[in-house]
Write a protein that binds this ligand. Structure first.
Ligand code: SAM
Ligand code: SF4
Ligand code: SF4
Length: 344
């Protein structure tokens, strides 16, 4: 196996729609200590569900090697995700390995339950951005949405620990479902303003095809914007290239918030993101229907970096994905790869 340093010229590889490969999400586990209905509904992820076994997961050195190939191809931002990445006992090793790459941004997405335990260590090994999912500040709504026994206070403690550790960018992510947590939007905005955090509201999506998604449960970004700005006027900020969230600045200097408009205003045209599943398969869309490209097999067969580069480039060049642009009631019910596996 070639584990030597990369010596590749960036290929600036583009897909069929002219989109470059610029960002990578790496799922490091398909397991989670929550069972959010919109992501891992209990009936589908019950006791009999077969999660990946330890040996099926990419190891720290395999993740690091593949990430190095992606970076040499032009990727400059990486997010570690899952499943719940903090369930991996070696997540600090993964962060440390990726922190050594020349990246603009290295982030991690977490439900926050174990962040109190990990924040200091992850900061020390190079993590500079963390997104914490928090759907409600009402303990009963939080418990119902996460379908776990983890108390809301554990997540709030995780947020405080991330800030205390000095992680530069701490953001909150909230998936909004009509009739479930939409009445708590302003409460989250107030918390974020008070603590100097950015909160982003995500339109509820039809991922995985298994969560009984309905369009009428989507609260559009426009509606969320109106609810927030009626109380706290705000103006839209310029959007950076490749940025998925629309950012808004409060006019009174109270910071920013974001809206992720995946359903009402899809952003497929600017989607430069690849996804690596916990067992090393490459996917080019969150809504992929077919099996991804098996990079772990290539790695474990001893492929050189050049061969990995070629396989990834061919996969990206064949990409024509624009699922959200073409979403309909029919496509929403189709069976697709789970978000907890592919990496949200
Ligand atoms: N467990 C971590 C967490 O919850 O942050 C990381 C993985 S999770 C799959 C990543 C993100 O996907 C979370 O912010 C979660 O809220 C979001 N997500 C999951 N299912 C979703 C859905 N149906 N619609 C919109 N966002 C969703
Ligand atoms: Fe777990 Fe995150 Fe999915 Fe919730 S959204 S079930 S915390 S992976
Ligand atoms: Fe990218 Fe697929 Fe989402 Fe469109 S639907 S933004 S192509 S991941």
């Amino acid at each position: 196996m070639n584990t030597g340093t990369l010596n590749l010229i960036p290929t600036a590889v583009q897909d069929r729609c002219g989109r470059p490969l610029g960002a990578l999400r790496i799922s490091v586990t398909d397991r989670c200590n929550f069972r959010c209905r919109y992501c891992m509904p209990r009936e589908r992820y019950a006791a009999g569900h077969r999660f990946l076994a330890g040996g099926e997961l990419l190891s720290v050195s395999e993740i690091s090697r593949l990430a190095g190939v992606f970076v040499a191809m032009g990727v400059d931002r990486i997010r570690i995700t899952g499943g719940e990445p903090l369930l991996r006992p070696d997540v600090d090793g993964i962060v440390a390995a990726l922190a050594g790459l020349p990246l603009q941004r290295l982030g991690l997405s977490t439900n926050g339950a174990l962040l109190g335990r990990w924040a200091g260590r992850l900061h020390d090994v190079g993590l500079n951005s963390v997104n914490i999912s928090l759907d409600s500040l009402d303990p009963a709504v939080f418990a119902a949405m996460s379908a776990s026994k983890v108390p809301l206070d554990a997540v709030l403690g995780g947020i405080a620990a991330a800030r205390a550790a000095g992680i530069a960018a701490v953001k909150l992510n909230c998936v909004v479902r009509r009739g479930t947590n939409d009445t708590g939007i302003l409460e989250l905005v107030e918390l974020a303003r008070r603590d100097g955090l950015t909160v982003r509201f995500i339109e509820y999506m039809d991922v995985g095809g298994s969560s009984g998604w309905r369009l009428d449960e989507v609260v559009t970004a426009q509606e969320i914007l109106e609810r927030i700005t009626q109380v706290h006027p705000a103006e839209e900020c310029a959007q950076a290239p490749g940025e998925v969230a629309r950012r808004y600045r409060f006019l009174d200097g109270g910071g920013e918030f974001g809206l992720i408009t995946s359903v009402s205003r899809p952003f497929c045209g600017g989607c430069i993101r690849a996804r690596l599943s916990a067992d090393g398969r490459l996917y080019t869309c969150l809504f992929a229907g077919a099996a991804g490209l098996d990079l772990r097999e290539l790695l474990r067969a001893g492929a050189y970096d050049e061969a990995l580069d070629r396989a990834i480039a061919e996969c990206w060049q064949a990409r024509g994905d624009r699922y959200s642009d073409t979403r309909s009631a029919l496509t929403a019910s189709a069976d697709r790869v789970a978000m907890s596996y592919i990496g949200g």
